[in-house]
Design a binder for this molecule. Sequence first.
Ligand code: ARG
Length: 265
Amino acid sequence: MKKLVALLLTTVMAMTMLTACGAKEETAAPATEDATVSAALADGVLTVGTNAEFPPFEYMGDDGQPDGFDMALVKAIGEKLGVEVKIENMEFASLVTSIGSKIDIAAAGMTVTEERKQTVDFTDTYYEAVQYVILPVDSEIKAAADLEGKTIGVQLGTTGDFIASDIADTTVSQYNKAVDAVNDLINGRVDCVIIDKNPALVFEGKFEGQVVAVDGAQFEFEIENYAMALPKGDTVLAEQINQAIADLKADGTFDELVKTYIEAE
Ligand code: ARG
């Protein structure tokens, strides 16, 4: 009898321990609280905002879907992170304020600026740029002082827009689509267009013989750097995307994309 009681006691004790252990395991961090996964990616989808009016970084492909360097880059990042990438095409000026609601991040040849940093965080920079000046072939505009008092076409809310607005006595014509600014340059409605280097070179090729793209260094414009914009404070997402970019640089994918999309232009 004593033996039986002892046996029963050990069994009960063992069972209690088991339940205790089991309960402990259940409270162990569920996937959603995993500190290595950003909340933005918890649904398995990275929603990327862009403005597909900025070749070669983003433009509408023949299939009606946004294509270009940034689009290929975010898709490669999505593959590294094991999430689906969904692209939302919208106005450039709406991107920053849509982060954290409509979109998770923005990939849009976006220049890192102190002003934008008040609202969003940025990934590591991935491309260097400078503003260019697109001019009619017969233009007399040659240096910074020649831009004073001129009518300047820009894409709304871009760094080109900010630079043009800072030049004395200018009339700034803001367009939602950069190509409309270039069309108005050809029509004589604006004296020049200020836009990033690579799109300027694409437009110069597209409207060959009508316009020339001049390096902004000649107008004392400063170097700019592109990065993707992220929700403010999501350091986990920043970490994940920066790691993916670093991996894509290390395995040669990044350089391949530069060759395919930017240097082939
Ligand atoms: N780099 C400039 C800026 O950040 C222009 C970017 C325009 N990008 C676009 N996808 N439309 O303001």
